[in-house]
Design a protein around this ligand. Structure first.
Ligand SMILES: [Zn+2]
Length: 163
């Protein structure tokens, strides 16, 4: 048996188990994401290449309850991280540092989530480090584009924060 994840819309095997406190997903999706992270933690080259993107992309695809302050904050922060990496060519550790600064700023109310993505956790190919990197890149890029409605807010938040 399988079911659709309420966050990313991907299909995953049914299972009992935990999921994140406010990034609402099915347990099957959360489990599949855990496998991605395990591969990244086990391989420093892979970690440095895509771990930042995996974390940001999973968060954006699982925006949770818009009335939950942490969930709302998370959507903006993780979008801004991808924005800094993809559009401003910031190295990943600098994006992580920027998020620490920005996390203290209250974010506006987020718009309605896209809810439909070209790539999800279920498309990450863990067969090799190379396929893992390539599939995370596609997942991250397409998710960043799906959330393009956040771009004007990201611009003004970055401008105000003096990053
Ligand atoms: Zn999901």
């Amino acid at each position: 048996m399988s079911s659709i994840c309420p966050g990313c819309g991907g299909r995953y095997p049914d299972m009992d188990g935990p999921h994140h406190a406010y990034m609402i997903s099915s347990s099957g999706c959360w489990h599949a994401y855990g496998l991605i992270l395990a591969h990244e933690y086990a391989d420093k080259v892979l970690f440095d290449a895509v771990h930042r993107l995996s974390v940001d992309t999973f968060a954006l695809q699982h925006p949770g309850d818009p009335n939950d302050r942490r969930a709302n904050q998370s959507v903006f922060l993780h979008y801004i991280s991808l924005y800094l990496i993809f559009d401003k060519n910031l190295p990943h550790p600098m994006a992580t540092r920027a998020l620490k600064t920005l996390s203290r700023i209250p974010m506006p109310q987020r718009p309605i989530a896209p809810g439909n993505y070209d790539h999800t956790v279920s498309d990450i190919d863990l067969t090799s480090a190379q396929s893992h990197m390539e599939s995370v890149m596609l997942w991250a890029r397409s998710t960043f584009e799906a959330w393009t409605i956040l771009r004007p807010s990201a611009d003004s938040i970055i401008a105000k924060s003096e990053l």
